[in-house]
Design a protein around this ligand. Structure first.
Ligand SMILES: [Fe+2]
Ligand SMILES: [Fe+2]
Length: 483
């Protein structure tokens, strides 16, 4: 066994723990891709701040106990690298038709196309989110938040590298072509958009950013978890390491929303407002009212639900049977891991009503992963609602019904209220601004988005974090903005 497997080699142009130094062909292919990546970063990465020193963490090992070190880095100098979790000895395929067979170290020929497609779809989301967030730097509510945004951005860039490595190393010429395409598509572009809906939406303000990192990055977490189960070992190892970075993105979202909710509650209390639905009064305090936060939550949660695809899907069944994509925490589930005769309850539209119907568990895998996702989402809501109730307000943030505001799956052709009551088009059109952010809501939030760049200062609408990044004090200069 290679003793350096845990440590990252920074002697090559592309930091890595996969022995790229001895894999000349792949190293050359990646070095050939590098200039295109840097062009993409300068065109589509964060707007401004490219010459600023940002207090970023960089991975130097994949040991979960101490993999990162913090230092001031200019973003274009960030060392994007190829980092895989250590190879598990004697790992076997944990599900599907190949259950119990040794994990593949090379691409299984029969499943090549499916595997490539899943890697490309995952890869496409990574640069997309950087593109969606590129304008946010100029309205950051603090240097702390600015730094977190950039940390998320450079790591999404690294996740693109992670997928591109797999394409370049294991898929030959068509892998190289796909790697180039990943730099060509653009979020929201009319002619060559990113592949998935939520990744073509705008992220117009910082509340959206926090909602995105809470809800949409969490979809990423679920997808990475299922791919981390993959019988194709290099994919599994790549995803396992990506998950350690992803945790920070969701931390940014969860604590970001907590801080917004907290600030709103503090301001309402100080002003003696007892009813959180008195929107105009609350807004006059320069904070975001809870009903508007609920609308943003409704939007980002439902856009993220769509990322799971159709509830009933033969593609999902095929990927599972093939040993390519497993379930969330597959190895911890107690069943036969083949699911040939199992069923799973799926929410469907039956004669104009939302009903639970038992479907073959294999075709219901998207639904199952989505259920796991929803359970994972609830944790944040409990925390936010605790802040609200502790402040003495009678108001609860909730997840809308899965039939509400959907563009994919069972409920894409109907309208429903957030409570799951089916309604007609006319009612939807009349009420939708009560449930989703309206132009007015967007304008109000935009009016609050003025940048705060003094150390230790925060915008009016958000509370400071409880602790700093890397345990730094409150007035730490997380970004040294060049003037
Ligand atoms: Fe990512
Ligand atoms: Fe992420």
């Amino acid at each position: 066994m290679n003793v350096n497997i845990m440590n990252v080699d920074y002697s090559t142009k592309i930091p890595n723990n996969v022995n790229l130094g001895e894999d000349r062909q792949v190293l050359k292919a990646l070095e050939g891709w590098h200039p295109g990546y840097m062009d993409w970063w300068s065109d589509m990465g964060p707007e401004g701040f490219q010459q600023s020193l940002v207090y970023l963490r960089t991975a130097y090992s994949v040991d979960p106990r101490g993999w990162a070190k913090f230092d001031y880095v200019k973003m274009p100098d960030y060392r994007w690298g190829i980092l895989l979790a250590p190879q598990e000895e004697n790992r076997v395929i944990p599900f599907g038709e190949h259950y119990g067979e040794p994990a593949w170290q090379e691409v299984p020929g029969e499943h090549r196309a499916m595997l490539r497609r899943l890697i490309v779809i995952q890869g496409d989301t990574e640069p997309a989110s950087v593109e969606q967030q590129r304008h946010l730097g100029k309205t950051a509510p603090s240097l702390y938040d600015l730094r977190n945004l950039f940390q998320v951005n450079v790591e999404e860039g690294r996740h693109l590298w992670a997928m591109v490595y797999l394409l370049q190393k294991y898929f030959g010429r068509d892998g190289r072509e796909e790697a180039d395409e990943l730099l060509r598509r653009r979020s929201g572009d009319a002619d060559s958009p990113r592949m998935l809906g939520a990744f073509n939406e705008a992220t117009p303000d910082w509340l959206s950013f926090f909602m995105f990192t809470y809800f949409t990055d969490r979809d990423g977490k679920m997808q990475l978890h299922s791919l981390a189960q993959s019988g194709f070992d290099p994919l599994s190892r790549t995803c396992r390491f990506m998950l350690t970075e992803e945790a920070h993105h969701m931390f940014v979202g969860e604590t970001g929303i907590t801080r917004v909710v907290q600030r709103t509650c503090e301001a309402m209390r100080a002003a003696g407002i007892g009813d959180p639905t008195e929107i105009a009064k609350v807004r006059a305090l320069g904070v975001i009212d809870l009903p508007t936060i609920q609308k943003k939550l409704n939007l980002h949660y439902t856009l993220s639900l769509d990322l799971f695809g159709s509830e009933v899907s033969t593609n999902a069944a095929n990927a599972f049977n093939a040993g390519i994509k497993g379930r969330y925490h597959e190895t911890q589930i107690r069943d036969d891991h083949r699911l040939q005769n199992a069923t799973y309850p799926v929410l469907k539209l039956v004669n104009g009503e939302i009903k639970q119907v038992d479907e073959p568990a294999l075709t219901a895998l998207n639904m199952r992963l989505r259920d796991d996702y929803t359970q994972d989402c609830v944790k944040g809501l409990l925390r936010w609602n605790k802040v609200i109730s502790t402040a003495g307000f009678d108001y609860k943030l909730t997840l809308p019904n899965v039939a509400f505001h959907r563009a994919i799956g069972e409920f894409k052709d109907i309208h429903a209220t957030p409570e799951g009551v089916l309604i007609d088009d006319a009612t939807w059109n009349k009420r939708k601004d009560d449930w989703l952010p309206s132009t007015d809501d967007g304008d109000f939030i935009a009016s609050l988005m003025t940048p705060v760049t003094e150390t230790g200062q925060f915008a009016s609408w958000i509370a400071p974090p409880k602790v700093g990044i890397d345990n730094k004090p409150g007035d730490f200069e997380y970004v040294k903005i060049e003037t």
